[in-house]
Structure formats: structure tokens, C-alpha cells
Design a protein around this ligand. Structure first.
Ligand SMILES: Nc1ncnc2c1ncn2[C@@H]1O[C@H](COP(=O)(O)OP(=O)(O)OP(=O)(O)O)[C@@H](O)[C@H]1O
Ligand SMILES: [Mg+2]
Length: 338
């Protein structure tokens, strides 16, 4: 077993290198973690591309999924392709000291690790190691990322509600949590409570972890505004946060509008919201500089350019708000460490 003071020394050394690591999670499936993780990563990578084009320093963004459904492969168009190893190399790197391989440039300035069926072995392996070495195995992803984080502007980790040991692995590696909410039921409230409890529970292996933002997706917007349905959900969440001793202002004001059909086209074409909007407006160019064909719904109808643009603009605002909150948390953390 690692003595607690040695563990604390290691954690203290790792923390400053992980302040550009964001986690997207909630203790419940199907709330939009992967959509949020991928779209946020893509928006951030586009910002870096813009910086590079203006002659400024720019670094890529890394998207990491821990879930064995590996839906990020669909969202970023690597499913079944030459780099899709179904998660084997990632799991090997975390649990067996194998090479940490990333797929570079899945989109400009965006790299990813591949998740798939092999990730289902992660939970058992981490719990087995934890039974031998207590808390230390939860730090394995944190240690890997601390070695590469300086190559990246941001690292975004999308992780699963399913297993406590995988959740701890993710929670030890990230500094800022972004929690997406798509459902209005009590299951979602339970999932949020789980996250609030876990943040408190992992203090020893991650004293800097905190929720940076809670955002909604898939709720109606009328004339750019939320409807009563979302107001009710928002009140319930603010109450839950107050009871957990957390700031109700963690809940973001703006939200991602309901657009299930666009979300499906986006996933099925491996085009995050911004790309879908560009393609629908014939502004996305292929390698030869020609516009890619306008995307279509399953029924063959063309995606409406304005609808795709509205959804993309929601995500742009969402990303800006998340990053403002993350930067302000980082200022506090740096101040506290100085
Ligand atoms: N703006 C939106 N409006 C409505 N539905 C949406 C929107 N964005 C995404 N969705 C849909 O939400 C569903 C769940 O999304 P996603 O796969 O991102 O969730 P998840 O939390 O990663 O799920 P899992 O726990 O299975 O990994 C998907 O079917 C997706 O198409
Ligand atoms: Mg997912």
C-alpha cells in the first residue's frame, strides 16, 4: 500500500499539470455526455485552428472517452476505420504500461483516444488493482495525462456512470467537471447527486476537483428563450445544489436547444454541430477544396441551413461560458497554490 503522505505528495505534484483537463460526466446514462464532450472538444479545437491561422501559438485538443459504447468514434467518424482498435491500446496504456497512442487530427487540431468494447475490462482491472494498492490505481490516468498535458490546449474526458472505479479514475484525472442534463426526471437528479457525492469523496486523490458548469441540452427554445419546463428543472437542480452545499450559479443560464433529428444526423455523419452547420450552408470544404454535399436526414430531406446554424451557435455560447468558468476556477486554484 502507498502510505497516505506519499500519495499526497504525488497528488500535489500532479495537480498543476492537470488544470487544462475537463471531465464531462453525470451519474446516469444518456444525458448527453458524449455529445457534449465531442462538441466541446471540437469547438475548442476550432478556436485553436483560428489562433494558428492568425499566426498565434496554438495547440491541439485531446478528446478521451472511457465508456465501452465508444460512441465518440461515431461522432468523430473513426468507427470501424483503420484507427479503431476498440479501445485496446487505451486500456493497455492505463492498466499495463503500454504505449499511450492517440489518433491525431481526427478533425483539424483535434486528437482522440479510441474507446470501445475493450473498455469494459477497465472497471474490473482498476478494482482488482485497488484491492491491492488502495487509492493509488485511481491515479493511473492522471499520471498518464500529466505527462502529455503540456502538448494540449485542453483535454476533455467523457466518462461513464456505470462503474465507481472508472468514475474515480476519471475524477482523479480531471480538474473541472461539466455536467450535461437532458432529462427532467428523478433519475437525472439522482445522477447529479451521485456526482456531488463523488466530488466530496475523492478529495484525497483530487483536492482540486470541482463542478465548473451544469448545462442543459435538448430542451425547447422559443424566441431564443427557455420554456416553463426548463424553469422547473432548473429550480429542482438549484435546490439540490444548495442542499449539497454547492453554488446554484453552477447552473448555466443559456441552454442547447432541442434538436433530436439534427443530433442524429450529426452523429451518423461524424460531424459535430459546427461542421454540420458549415456543411448545411455549403461552406465545409473537402480535401480538394470543394464543398462537401449538404447533409440529409434519414428520410432524404436536406438539413435546413438555419436550424443547423442555430444549434451550432448554442454550442458556441455554451463553450464560451464553460471556458470562462474554467479559467476563473483556474485563477482561484493558482492563487491558492501560490
Ligand atoms: N440538442 C439535442 N436535442 C435532442 N437530443 C439530443 C441533442 N443532442 C444530443 N441528443 C441526443 O441525446 C442522446 C444521448 O446523447 P449521448 O450519446 O451524447 O449521451 P451519453 O450520456 O453519452 O450516453 P451514454 O451514457 O449512453 O454514453 C443521443 O441520442 C443524441 O442524439
Ligand atoms: Mg456516451
Amino acid at each position: 500500500m502507498t502510505p497516505p503522505d506519499r500519495l499526497q505528495d504525488l497528488v500535489a505534484q500532479l495537480r498543476p499539470r492537470l488544470r487544462n483537463v475537463l471531465g464531462v460526466t453525470i451519474g446516469k446514462g444518456g444525458e448527453g455526455k458524449t455529445t457534449t464532450g465531442v462538441t466541446l472538444s471540437h469547438m475548442l479545437s476550432q478556436e485553436q485552428q483560428n489562433l494558428a491561422e492568425q499566426g498565434h501559438e496554438a495547440k491541439p485538443v485531446l478528446y478521451i472517452e472511457l465508456d465501452s459504447n465508444g460512441n465518440g468514434r461515431l461522432d468523430l467518424k473513426v468507427l470501424g476505420g483503420e484507427f479503431d482498435d476498440e479501445g485496446h491500446s487505451f486500456v493497455g496504456a492505463v492498466t499495463e504500461d503500454k504505449d499511450f497512442t492517440v489518433v491525431r487530427n481526427v478533425k483539424p487540431y483535434l486528437d482522440m483516444t479510441v474507446a470501445g468494447p475493450a473498455n469494459s475490462g477497465l472497471a474490473a482491472e482498476i478494482s482488482r488493482l485497488a484491492s491491492k494498492y488502495a487509492q493509488a490505481p485511481y491515479l493511473m490516468l492522471a499520471m498518464l495525462l500529466a505527462q502529455i498535458s503540456h502538448h494540449y490546449a485542453w483535454i476533455v474526458v467523457d466518462f461513464s456512470p456505470g462503474d465507481v472505479s472508472v468514475q474515480r479514475l476519471g475524477l482523479a484525472a480531471v480538474t473541472h467537471l461539466v455536467t450535461p442534463i437532458k432529462n427532467a426526471d428523478d433519475g437525472m437528479l439522482g445522477g447529479l447527486q451521485t456526482i456531488a457525492n463523488l466530488v466530496a469523496e475523492v478529495r484525497l486523490i483530487n483536492p482540486e476537483l470541482g463542478i465548473a458548469a451544469i448545462g442543459f441540452l435538448g430542451f425547447k427554445k422559443i424566441d431564443g428563450k427557455a420554456t416553463g419546463e426548463l424553469d422547473i428543472v432548473r429550480e429542482k437542480i438549484e435546490l439540490l445544489l444548495e442542499r449539497a452545499g454547492l453554488d446554484p450559479n453552477l447552473v448555466m443560464q443559456d441552454h442547447i436547444r432541442e434538436a433530436p433529428k439534427l443530433a442524429t444526423v450529426s452523429r451518423n455523419n461524424g460531424m459535430p454541430a459546427r461542421e454540420l452547420a458549415l456543411a448545411a450552408n455549403e461552406m465545409l470544404l473537402d480535401e480538394s477544396g470543394n464543398p462537401v454535399p449538404r447533409p440529409r436526414y434519414d428520410n432524404g430531406r436536406l438539413v435546413e441551413p438555419d436550424k443547423a446554424l442555430n444549434l451550432s451557435e448554442d454550442w458556441t455560447k455554451f463553450t464560451g461560458d464553460v471556458i470562462d468558468r474554467v479559467m476563473s476556477r483556474n485563477n482561484e486554484l493558482e492563487g491558492a497554490a501560490a
